[in-house]
Design a protein around this ligand. Structure first.
Ligand SMILES: [Zn+2]
Length: 78
């Protein structure tokens, strides 16, 4: 059963995010504004130096989680 993002309620979610091309990926990240390549704003790219990220429309991936890193969709450190 897929629904809209439960985490996205009340959040200002952009239309475009980046995702790992891996078939195992299940998380959307905010694009890194300082990068020419599609790259997540958080440390995910540093954690996965071999990963290949691509720009995607958020609306096309309603079953993906939104990255909880404050650099992405998380609002604060807990
Ligand atoms: Zn992220």
């Amino acid at each position: 059963m897929s629904r809209s993002h439960p985490d996205a309620d009340g959040l200002d979610v952009p239309e475009t995010a980046v995702r790992n091309r891996s078939q195992f990926a299940d998380t959307l990240h905010l694009p890194d504004p300082d990068s020419d390549e599609p790259s997540p704003a958080c440390v995910e790219s540093e954690n996965r130096p071999d990963a290949d990220f691509t720009d995607v429309p958020v609306a096309a991936y309603p079953h993906y989680k939104l990255c909880e890193n404050p650099d992405c969709f998380g609002s604060e450190w807990w």
